[in-house]
Write a protein that binds this ligand. Structure first.
Ligand SMILES: [Cu+2]
Length: 155
């Protein structure tokens, strides 16, 4: 009995390793970016300790839905997806845990709408600097994009 279990275990791990190798061969690094297009990536710096806001346009050029679930960067301790809202003249924002794009859909992260809330900035940043931010998706490789720092007054 014990021998059978042991043999079974050995076979299972051989299969897992085999399929892992196949996945690595079938999915070369960087290929995932071909059907996802990010343009106009920028971050608006605010004075003092106020969090910066990240804006961009994301186009799903693939034939599958794509789900954006967040972002991370070495330059910030924490990044959240938010959506700004305006109720009766009161501005507020809510966290957006996931954002689904249908095939060929695009979405705009822009002032007064969706934004990346860039919090706990690690170093100092100046207008013109570029910072890598990695966008994270459900069931596909993350995509790292250079975001250019722009002044608080620019859109
Ligand atoms: Cu926000």
């Amino acid at each position: 009995m014990t021998n059978i279990k042991r043999e079974l275990k050995r076979r299972i791990s051989a299969v897992s390793l085999g399929s892992l190798a196949a996945c690595l061969l079938l999915a070369p690094l960087g290929a995932s970016a071909e059907d996802l297009e990010v343009t106009d990536a920028r971050m608006r710096l605010l004075p003092g300790d106020m969090p910066a806001a990240g804006y961009f346009r994301l186009h799903n050029r693939s034939e599958q839905p794509v789900v954006l679930v967040g972002a991370q960067s070495d330059a910030f301790g924490s990044i959240e997806m938010h959506r700004s809202m305006n109720h009766d003249g009161m501005a507020s924002m809510e966290a957006v845990p996931r954002l689904e794009l249908s095939p060929d859909e695009h979405i705009e992260f822009a002032p007064q709408g969706y934004h990346l809330m860039l919090m706990d900035q690690v170093g100092s940043l100046s207008v013109g600097d570029s910072v890598d931010i990695t966008l994270e998706f459900e069931q596909r490789d993350p995509l790292t994009v250079g975001f250019k720092a722009v002044s608080p007054t620019s859109m």
